[in-house]
Write a new protein. Structure first.
Length: 499
């Protein structure tokens, strides 16, 4: 009995010493790392639990990436310490890919046999070859910059094809998208009415106010990377919600879509961004084409033309800052437009002998960070297509534009084949939103930026697979359905009805 008690006492003593050592270790590391280290230890059990869930259901990782796309760019303005929150998306994507590899069956893997996957694979391969571009000054810059150009795309499109390929998944995406869009717009209203936080003011003082405080007016950026991205995202959401509000839905759902449209449109207006106007214009033009109704097409063209003429040729509403900013986007004498044209002329001379470009990451902010003092690092890359042209050359630009146009043509063909009114209306909204972003990317770097990039990747996949959800679309295979039925007037006769 005494021996047993002695052994138990030893075990308790060893356990106690173990707890003391762990406590001392935690105390020392927390004292050294302060709040960040303490937070890491607190978060560790939750992270392990999340990993277990993710590897059991990889779709959780993909949903996480959607949510992260809305918040990671602006999170650094709220949480001090210089944590690279943008790399969280990279980590979650990589873990989701690994989890999917272990979970996916051979039958499910056949979903990757999709033209969209091969189109994007060609683009991804070209951007991978850019790592050996002799003009590239920094491999590290390539690593950071290639993520938005092709790496996120080539990871997310296969994951969407495998994990979120049902109509219910598309509905879930739209709900998440609209929820975060409303949240960001409302936060933008708060910023406009009550001012910015200390972290946001610090970001402005460190260089953001050069482009975000114009004539004493703050361009609202909410919790996005900047006002340009916020404005584009708001215009994108407003357009898509407007098109859904025109769909065959119950009154309550229509009211919700109108509400999202109005709130996000005002969010776009507060951003003071001019380029996103073309998201709405481009999407509206495509919508009039897709509905195939000549009277509505003509009416829409007249209304759109009057609105354009009002902005272009009059000064109505100039006292309103938001209307004035929209109007400057149509002014051919605008100073910033002339600066962009001058930059493009200089770049044309530089790139004339460089068909493969200067290397991914050689221009813009990445160029300024990793290869300062070089020619490309000192030239502003305001347009997505100028960025692609500068960094991948005329070869890359042609390849990229052809890919985007092929996707658009396929999407339009699919929309014309759809018969289910709900699926058709949602695909019209996604397709028009895609086209609007493609058009507006001529003036801003919108494609490849989160969260718009994420929504576009999902849209592209659904544009390619939507006919799989519609039995009638598969039955017609793109042709008109021919229904034969007896004619009441006389026996033995038939009437051919084409639908």
């Amino acid at each position: 009995m005494f021996a047993l008690s002695l052994n138990k006492l030893k075990q308790d003593g060893i356990a106690f010493m173990g707890f003391v050592i762990i406590a001392l270790f935690l105390g020392y590391t927390i004292a050294k790392g302060q709040i960040i280290t303490a937070g890491a230890f607190i978060a560790l059990p939750f992270m392990l639990g999340y990993l277990v869930l993710l590897f059991n259901n990889p779709k959780i990782g993909l949903l996480t990436c959607i949510h992260f796309g809305f918040i990671t760019n602006g999170l650094g303005r709220f949480v001090p310490g210089g944590i690279p929150f943008g790399l969280l998306t990279d980590a979650v994507l990589l873990l989701t890919v690994l989890a999917t590899i272990f979970k996916v069956s051979k039958e499910d893997a056949k979903r990757l046999n999709n033209p969209l996957f091969y189109i994007m694979l060609v683009w991804f391969a070209y951007t991978m070859l850019q790592v050996v571009n002799p003009e590239a000054k920094s491999k590290e810059a390539w690593f950071y910059a290639v993520r938005g150009v092709s790496l996120y795309l080539i990871q997310m499109i296969p994951l969407i094809l495998l994990l979120m390929n049902k109509k219910e998944d598309m509905d879930q995406l739209i709900k998440i998208w609209f929820f975060w869009s409303l949240a960001s717009a409302i936060y933008g209203f708060k910023m406009d009415l009550f001012g910015v936080t200390a972290g946001e003011r610090q970001w402005l003082e460190e260089g953001g106010k050069i482009t975000h405080e114009i004539h004493g007016r703050l361009r609202i950026f909410s919790f996005y990377s900047d006002a340009g991205q916020f404005g584009a995202a708001m215009a994108h959401t407003s357009l898509s919600a407007f098109l859904l509000a025109l769909g065959p839905y119950k009154r309550q759902k229509k009211y919700f879509y109108w509400f999202v449209c109005a709130v996000c449109f005002w969010g776009y207006a507060l951003s003071g961004s001019r380029g996103p106007l073309f998201v709405i214009a481009g999407g509206a033009i495509l919508y009039l084409f897709l509905i195939g109704n000549f009277r509505i097409l003509l009416t829409g063209a007249i209304v759109g033309g009057l609105l354009f003429a009002g902005l272009k040729f009059t000064h109505i509403g100039d006292s309103n800052y938001q209307i004035h900013r929209m109007r400057t986007g149509l002014d051919p004498n605008d100073a910033s437009l002339h600066v962009r044209i001058a930059n493009q002329k200089k770049l044309a001379v530089y790139l004339e002998s460089r068909p493969l470009g200067g290397g991914i990451g050689s221009g813009g902010s990445w160029g300024a960070r990793f290869s300062p003092g070089t020619f490309l690092s000192e030239v502003a890359l305001d347009s997505w297509y100028v960025k692609i042209w500068v960094e991948t050359g005329i070869v890359g630009l042609i390849l990229h534009v052809i890919s985007l146009l092929i996707i658009l043509v396929v999407a339009c063909i699919k929309v014309f084949r759809l018969r289910d009114p709900d699926i058709r209306q949602k695909m019209i909204a996604l397709t028009c939103g895609y086209f609007g972003i493609v058009v507006a990317s001529y003036g801003n770097q919108i494609l490849g930026q989160m969260p718009t990039g994420t929504i576009i990747y999902f849209s592209m996949v659904y544009m390619f697979i939507c006919t799989q959800w519609d039995p009638e679309a598969q039955k017609t295979n793109g042709h008109k359905t021919i229904l034969v039925k007896p004619e009441p007037a006389g026996p033995g006769k038939v009437v051919v009805k084409i639908s």
